[in-house]
Design a protein around this ligand. Sequence first.
Ligand code: DQA
Length: 155
Amino acid sequence: MDSRNEKSRTIRILVINGPNLNLLGRREPAIYGHDTYAGLVDMVQRHCAARGVECEVMQSNHEGVIVDAIQQAMDEYDGIVINPAAYTHTSVAILDALKAVQLPAVEIHISDVNNREDFRRVSYPGMYCFRTVSGEGINGYCTAIDALLDHIAGQ
Ligand code: DQA
């Protein structure tokens, strides 16, 4: 492809959500808030539209589906925002997928994972991500998207 076309095409990002985030709004609202998953998707899509970028938002309760999505992102997207949810603390497979595709990635957690149980302080995907946003509620997705877009712009 012509390098000018390559530079001027619309940035595309993939937003990945891990297990149980589909239950947002009903799931432990004292920790994760009252906004629903549909509300989160709407907020992310509006934010991306306002920033002039395309985004796809997905959620899965299955580790392998998330690994597949990261692999398929390799030639489709310019970067990834990921809330691996519980897989944060267990998944070498998601870490390895991120390392394999080498797309810039930001980790996001709705809750403040560093001020909860000790096991939540460990993040495997976070060992690859260039930034982690934590404890800002669902607004943290916008912070994460902005950090990713700043990073892409600086590449
Ligand atoms: C979470 C934090 C994780 O520890 C937890 O397992 C989740 C959600 C968050 O967004 O705060 O499912 O990733």
